[in-house]
Ligand binder design. Structure first.
Ligand code: GLN
Length: 326
């Protein structure tokens, strides 16, 4: 069955989600990265970007927060765009770990079974794969310009966040070196630094919603009209987001909402409804797995209200919205 929804329905759903969730007080800011502990906990924004580039936004959608693990998504797409999905599957993998994002045990349990670019170990591997290999500046330019193309506007590192992460990323250092014996394809310290920098990029909920809409729109940015990546990669990245986007809570999330999405410890959650829209919520306090409590509630409400479940028998489409073509 096809269910047509219009912009007004999306606006109403976003506003209702905002009103229902704004007084939610659960969770607590990440504090293992000192910068994140000091971000105001009451920030809250929701944004959706439609296939014609229209953005619906409520709340703090222009505040620049740390993209954190949501950055694993663009880098995974960039690696697949450079090498092809099959090579990334072989070099890193696409299996959920069922364990925390920074789990060292997950690496030991792999027993050389590949993992996924959407947990720390696989994300550092993805950074090591990005071309030009061996050239830190070249890799960084490739990643940052790819993120800007997806978001439709420039992005930059929040220096204070980058310093804060670099001073405290001992666990990630162990991951980079432990992983090095067979799954880091460049200098491990360089790959880790690129990963830390990409996590420290500041984004707004609007920018992330546009990024999500570009992914939903087969790689064509609906705001700028630019073809950013190969169209066959949308189902590949959506499947990765669906299987591991909330780490050890991914099954519960997918069961509840059916929405492929990726979280970051900065409080952002980016949801992708392939062929339909990108939808994002942001609020800093997190649950024990590092996923924003308020943003989860808001997106779960919107997914239920608009029938965004990709496993549902009703296919939701935007009425009167022609997707932007390259
Ligand atoms: N930079 C963070 C880390 O590596 C990102 C984690 C996250 O957002 N889940 O620990």
């Amino acid at each position: 069955m096809i269910q047509k929804i219009d912009k007004k329905a999306v606006q109403d759903a976003v506003q209702m989600a905002y009103d229902r969730c704004k007084n939610e007080t659960g969770g607590k800011n990440a504090d293992y990265i000192p910068y994140l502990a000091d971000v105001p906990s009451n920030l809250f924004g929701i944004a959706a970007c439609l296939p014609d580039g229209d953005v619906v936004a409520v709340g703090d959608t222009d505040y620049k927060f740390g993209i954190e693990s949501v950055s694993k998504v663009p880098t995974a797409i960039l690696a697949m765009n450079q090498y092809g999905g099959q090579e990334v599957l072989g070099k890193i993998g696409a299996d959920a770990t069922g364990l925390p994002f920074n789990s060292i045990m997950a690496i030991l349990l792999e027993n050389d079974h590949p993992s996924t670019p959407l947990v720390n170990a696989g994300a550092i591997s993805a950074c090591s794969m990005i071309k030009p290999v061996g050239d830190s500046d070249g890799k960084w330019k490739a990643i940052v310009s790819f993120i800007a193309d997806l978001a439709g506007s420039d992005v930059a590192v929040i220096d204070e966040l980058y310093k804060s992460e670099t001073a405290t990323n001992f666990n990630n250092k162990s991951i980079a070196w432990l992983k090095n014996y067979n799954r880091i394809y460049d200098d491990p310290d360089m790959a880790l630094d690129i990963y830390t920098r990409q996590c420290s990029i500041g984004v707004t909920a609007r920018q992330l919603a546009t990024m999500a809409a570009t992914i939903a729109n087969s790689g064509v940015n609906p705001v700028t009209g630019k073809a950013v990546f190969k169209p066959e990669l949308t189902p590949k990245i959506a499947s990765m987001m669906a299987t591991v986007g909330f780490y050890e809570h991914t099954g519960d999330w997918l069961f509840t909402t059916g929405l492929p999405a990726k979280t970051g410890v900065g409080g952002g959650i980016m949801g992708v409804v392939p062929g339909v829209m990108g939808v994002v919520a942001f609020a800093p306090p997190l649950d024990g797995a590092g996923n924003s409590v308020k943003a989860q509630k808001a997106l779960a409400f919107i997914a239920g209200h608009l029938n965004l479940n990709v496993f549902g028998t009703t296919r939701c489409v935007m009425a009167g919205k022609e997707p932007v073509k390259a």
